[in-house]
Design a protein around this ligand. Structure first.
Ligand code: APR
Length: 250
């Protein structure tokens, strides 16, 4: 594993035939969204049981106020940062083929990326656990507790993946496709411990991809599969790569 070899990383990105970015909470940290782990992590403040599907089903009136506090209030105010925007630019320039994100904050889409695979779903919609109807969070009365389906009166669930729920089939399929098609795989801001998402970079590596990792500190991947480790904040590292990229182009 080479550390902070920006030149090699920029060249790999520039010449990649199929570059995929795999992102975690760390890419949104500089947009003011707390990560899950680490000293200011969400799990230091809230009990993960709140996001357990069985707990949610039996205690929706307890879970909802905390879920709104944990995610919706913060995500509403959050804007894409420079890291998100550079990935948007790389997609427009044809450098980046897809983003597989574990995040549910919609910041990649706000930064202009079209091909975003939301491995853990999203906070834009809610789905009825009774009739299956989907509603955009802005189209219903989100103030009620618990949030009830306007169509059948059933319990509405945020459309992100709770612990104990399966990964959305289409997201899974698309993630595997891009992971196996990648010759360069950019892993940004993730501890690499939550399965099955965390297995994807290993699959990319096994399939011959070069792994470039951006993180403020080493992760589960760094000593095992990372080829180039760029240590630092995602905004700073991507900005540096982006400048080098444009230089290498000429
Ligand atoms: N730039 C780059 N990396 C950063 C930054 C930053 N500014 N700030 C923090 N990081 C790194 C941390 O070092 C850590 O490795 O981001 C990572 C955040 O790790 P987690 O909080 O565990 O987030 P993530 O890996 O995305 O969690 C995966 O766990 O709770 C579940 O479903 C939830 O999608 C989430 C999954």
């Amino acid at each position: 594993m080479k550390k902070n070899d920006f030149e090699s990383a920029a060249r790999l990105i520039k010449n990649a035939k199929h570059l995929t970015a795999f992102t975690g909470a760390g890419i949104s940290a500089e947009s003011g969204i707390p990560t899950f782990r680490g000293k200011e992590g969400i799990w230091n403040k809230y009990d993960p049981i709140i996001l357990d599907i069985d707990y949610f089903k039996s205690n929706p009136e307890k879970a909802y106020p905390l879920i709104k506090e944990m995610f919706y209030e913060i995500i509403d105010k959050a804007q894409p940062n420079k890291a998100h925007k550079i990935l948007g630019q790389w997609e427009r320039e044809g450098i980046l083929k897809a983003i597989i994100t574990q995040n549910i904050d919609n910041l990649h889409q706000k930064a202009g990326n079209k091909n975003v695979i939301e491995f853990h779903g999203n906070t834009r919609d809610l789905v009825c656990m009774n009739c299956g109807e989907k509603f955009s969070v802005n189209s219903i009365d989100f103030e009620q507790n618990p949030v009830i389906c306007p169509k059948c009166g059933g319990l509405l669930k945020p459309d992100f993946v709770f612990f104990g729920e399966p990964i959305p089939a289409d997201a899974y399929k698309q993630s595997v496709f891009h992971t196996l098609a990648s010759d360069v795989y950019l892993v940004i801001g993730t501890t690499g411990i939550i399965m099955p998402a965390s297995l994807l970079p290993y699959e990319a590596k096994k399939n011959g991809a070069k792994i470039i990792e951006i993180n403020t500190e080493p992760s589960e991947y760094t000593e095992k599969i990372t080829d180039i480790f760029l240590q630092g904040k995602a905004t700073e590292i991507l900005d540096k790569l982006n400048n080098l990229n444009s230089l290498i182009g000429y």
